[in-house]
Ligand binder design. Structure first.
Ligand code: MTE
Ligand code: MO
Length: 388
């Protein structure tokens, strides 16, 4: 069956690696698939989950996620980059091509934004049937302070050709996915690329980017799902048509493979609960003594400010409005709290967010083949013990 998964290398991809189309990469690369019936997580998904860890939900107690507790998602291998020979190349439909060292980028205007980033696949493992891929439950999110130089100024300095409409970003990491050998690449429309908040980031939380977050430089697009923010950035190319490479085709909402689907862009609203009380080691179920408890969590949306968080302690039967604290920044989550008089017995705690555009979390989650944007509410099982 012909589908986009089997087409040759993505447009705009002109590495010498393309020269031998007969290389048998299909023998090591698997097509996308959906788990059958009650099929459990397999060794392949377990391997991905061990490499690409999530943020422990208790880390939502920090406004800014400490480095190392932020989630990670790396499709291929983390490259080891020598920053003395590394350059950022700016080419394509520009008046003058640029090739910049890290010091030259650091000498430019420096801006810091606190940004909540989330993987588009967050929630995937809770879909039924489960799309087989990185099996996120709830934890593919984090908020860090990213420092860098605005992309728009750099593009304007290079000089934009009137024909320019789009920008392609290429990372140094290299691998094969569904038979297509590639460097990780994503595109943005020129309008989106020129937005003030888009950064070329060389620091997070005040330290040079660690290798796993894209050292020495990454694109950072606040408000958008993480796949847009290309790590280990090495080249920026200005072009005159929308980029249609592999990672543009991959991140779309589809019911069946091969259909055009809908491109993912901004982050849908979500509220999460810091699991209250204490956990059981294996089941992660919670227990706490009866009495007054302050439930807390975070909520965010890439479309607009979160305007409401509702919390349920009876498994989504009835909802109460939580108190909202100011957002940690214009592109970052806000803390919510709710007083709960916990009575002995079993409870299910859930939360849901609504943003200024009216977007909210669905009661019935629409399924999609990539397992993206599952914002159905988290359910935390809590056993409340009688007060002694
Ligand atoms: N070069 C490159 N950039 C990348 C990726 C990648 O595999 N390679 N993964 C993307 C995805 S899917 C996500 S969710 C974010 C994760 O960023 P983090 O690992 O810094 O949290 O990086 C994005 N940028
Ligand atoms: Mo992602």
């Amino acid at each position: 069956m012909a589908s986009h998964w089997t087409k040759p290398a993505p447009t705009g991809y002109t590495d010498s690696m393309d020269s031998d189309p007969a290389r048998p990469l299909d023998t090591i690369s698997e097509p996308s698939r959906v788990a059958v019936d009650d099929e459990g997580i397999g060794p392949d998904e377990l391997g991905l989950a061990a490499r690409n860890h999530g943020m422990p939900l208790e880390a939502m107690r920090w406004d800014v996620t400490p480095i190392g507790l932020h989630y990670l998602l790396t499709h291929y291998d983390i490259p080891s980059v020598d920053d003395t020979s590394w350059r950022l190349d700016v080419s394509g439909l520009v008046d003058v091509g640029l090739s910049l060292t890290l010091d030259e980028l650091r000498d430019r205007q420096s801006v810091t934004h606190t940004v909540t980033m989330e993987c588009a696949g967050n929630g995937r493992a809770r879909l039924l049937p489960r799309p087989v891929s990185q099996p996120w439950v709830h934890e593919a999110v984090g908020t860090m302070r990213w420092t860098g130089t605005p992309l728009a100024a750099l593009l304007r300095e290079a000089g934009l050709d009137p024909k320019a409409t789009d920008v392609v970003f290429t990372g140094l990491d290299h691998g094969v996915e569904r038979g297509v050998e590639q460097r990780y690449q994503r595109g943005l429309s020129l309008d989106d690329a020129l937005r003030d908040e888009v950064l070329l980031a060389y620091e997070c939380n005040g330290a040079p980017l660690p290798p796993q977050h894209g050292f020495p430089l990454r694109l950072l697009v606040p408000g958008w799902y993480g796949m847009t923010s290309v790590k280990w950035l090495s080249s920026i190319e200005v072009v005159d048509e929308p980029f249609d490479g592999y990672q543009m085709q991959a991140y779309r909402l589809r019911q069946v493979s091969g259909e055009p689907g809908l491109a993912l862009s901004r982050i849908d609203p979500r509220a999460l609960v810091v699991p209250p009380g204490s956990p059981d080691f294996m089941s992660r179920r919670r227990f706490l003594p009866a009495g007054s408890v302050v439930l807390e969590g975070r909520a965010w949306s890439g479309w607009g400010e979160v305007t409401r968080v509702e919390v349920s302690t009876d498994g989504a039967g009835s909802w109460r409005d939580a108190e909202l604290e100011p957002a940690v920044g214009p592109y970052a989550w806000r803390r919510w709290t709710l007083d709960w008089d916990a009575a002995p017995g079993e409870h299910v705690v859930a939360a849901r967010a609504t943003d200024a555009t009216g977007r909210s979390q669905p009661a019935d989650q629409p399924w999609n083949r990539g397992g993206f944007a599952n914002t159905s509410a988290q359910r935390v099982e809590v056993l409340v013990l009688p007060a002694t």
